[in-house]
Design a protein around this ligand. Sequence first.
Ligand SMILES: [Ca+2]
Ligand SMILES: [Ca+2]
Ligand SMILES: [Ca+2]
Ligand SMILES: [Ca+2]
Length: 718
Amino acid sequence: MCWVEKQKTKTNKNNNTMKNFTKINRAFMAKRKHFALLCAFLCASMMGWADYVDYISLSDFSTYSQDFNTIGGEDVDPATQTKTAYVRATTLPDGWKVDSTTTVRTNSTYTHAKNSTSYIGGQSLASDARNGLWNFGATGSSDRAIGGITTNVAGGARTINVMAHLHNDAGLDINSLALSYDIEKYRYGALAAGFTVQLYTSADGEAWTSAGSDFCSTYAKDESTVGAEVVPIDTRAVSGAFNVAFPDNGDLYLLWSISSTSGADAKEAQAFGIDNVSITPSASPILPTYAIFVTDNGTITENFDCLGGSDVDPSGSEKTAFDRGSTLPIGWKIERNLNTSNPRKMGSYGEAADTTMWIGGQGLSSDAKNGTWNFGMTGSTDRAVGGLTTNATDGTRGLTVMVRLFNSSRADIESLTIAYDIEKYRNSNNSTNFRVQLFTSSDGTNWISAGEDFETLYSTNGNVNPLNPASTTHVSNTLPVSFVADGDLYLAWNIAVSSGTSCNAAPALAIDNVSIRPAANARTTADGWASFASAQNLNIPDGVTAYQADYTIDGTTETLVLTALTNGVIPANTGVLLQGANNSVIRNFAIADDAAAIAAAETEVSGNDLEASVERTVLAEDYDYFCIRYSTEIGTFFQLYQGAYIPAGKAYLKLAKSGGSSVPGRQMRIVVKPHAPTAIENVNDEQTNTEWTKVVRDGQLLIIRGEQIYTIYGACVR
Ligand SMILES: [Ca+2]
Ligand SMILES: [Ca+2]
Ligand SMILES: [Ca+2]
Ligand SMILES: [Ca+2]
């Protein structure tokens, strides 16, 4: 029966409560309005549920807003201005609760909280107004806000909690939330410590994590504890965004804590209400601005040509502007080591500079300035970053070029293929070799050598003549790393004399044309599917089947036929679907070297309708995008929304919008070849036997044999 049975199986497996079971199904039914007719007979059986739903369903990536104005409060007598009914419960909107605790700055749980306030009012509040949970607003006004008043009365409210329970029905992990709200003040309060309104988040409504200083609002004490004729007295708008772990079909709880800023007292309280809450979920995490991002299979490249250098006088011999700083690309830094006893000492990324000191490179004199350089031919836009060392007092003994990487892929990265050029702009007659050595670090301070594969030695040339143009050494190797998802990794190229402390007559060395590529990987869904794309020709790993897709539309019937690739190769820049072990990461991609197989594979995918997201693809154009689903549900494609991005290394479908607009109920028939559909009977039953599992969803049918999906009619598409 239309999804219910499916969900029941799932929730039972997860030991969820029956309450959750009905909750999920309500969300599902609400979300899939287009199946209303199909499921009408089912809905009839659901009428027995209570009206109150204890969560807010985020069914897509649009903004949820709540102004609390539907809860009422205007029947407080406007003519007499009397709060005749101020002791009156008000039921909160779906998914909202309130609670108080008897200890300052202590949070309750969502389960314990109530979905109603105790009191109504806000205008001319008395200095001894009731402590507890309030529906605030001016007398007779329909503009309401939710909050409360604390006290020192024994057993009274020391902390007020306003809570919201969000449920992710968007079909995609939510990775960040943009949030805004107003804090409205309804009474002055003379408590010396003042008050703080702090936002918290939680995955379970019990263990709360502070949302940080962006969502911390502090209020200094007032002269006295007294209400006001005109309320709110003060409105403070708070807004910001933060990353969350809010998986598809998961929960997130928000809590506003209203309590004294410090100390044990909660009397003479300022009264605050929360109003005009706005929540915008996003599939895209907020990425740090400090670093370069490593996505699933994307390659980072940097040629430093953005530094510029063309304003160095190209006609004269003099480098008129050689003492000019150049700003490095985002994420890149350079450090100058002044340590006379250890020229190879490396400092921390945090203390390194993001600009170079000098600019030039052509015709460098034997006494050219020591320090950090933006190297390049005079007038050339091709730049490189490095420098010169010296024995001079307070001079540069060593140089380190650094970059900070952030792993924004979904999986831990276990190796990086790192390639770079070392360019030499001046010869050396120092009798000791100079060395360019790559290091890694997880914290930007403690550096680990990348070993001999990434060590380049420069022996003496017997002179310090300039080199025009530079000589270039290319380095390329694969380095095992521990680079966890959402973690940092720092790379550093240390340029210094290889032993001893003599740093004179140094070669001028610089780094250019850096390329950093994580090993290809693909994380499979619970039913073994993954999408994949790479900039390289790769062999299909053992135990994995790769499919191309052929999309057709006939009237309103859309069909996607998946056909297995037969040449053992996934051609470069080709979107494919992979099927391997369930819930696993496919890593063992080898670079294809069989030219005939590559050519045959390229011919084979000439009609493939899957797009390749080789580099991160931000969705901006007016199409419908479908991507593989990363969730525990069986399914293949889901729709992505504008503003989200498709990670590098993934395949996706880019289709003209159905009927000119994005249709949430877009359905698609997916057929996996070469297997033919098996007999299909009793469509409305869910069955499993020794050979196959039949799952019905959305009134559609899915047959699974082993790890193969044989036929899907109307597979998970929104
Ligand atoms: Ca208001
Ligand atoms: Ca309001
Ligand atoms: Ca260059
Ligand atoms: Ca360059």
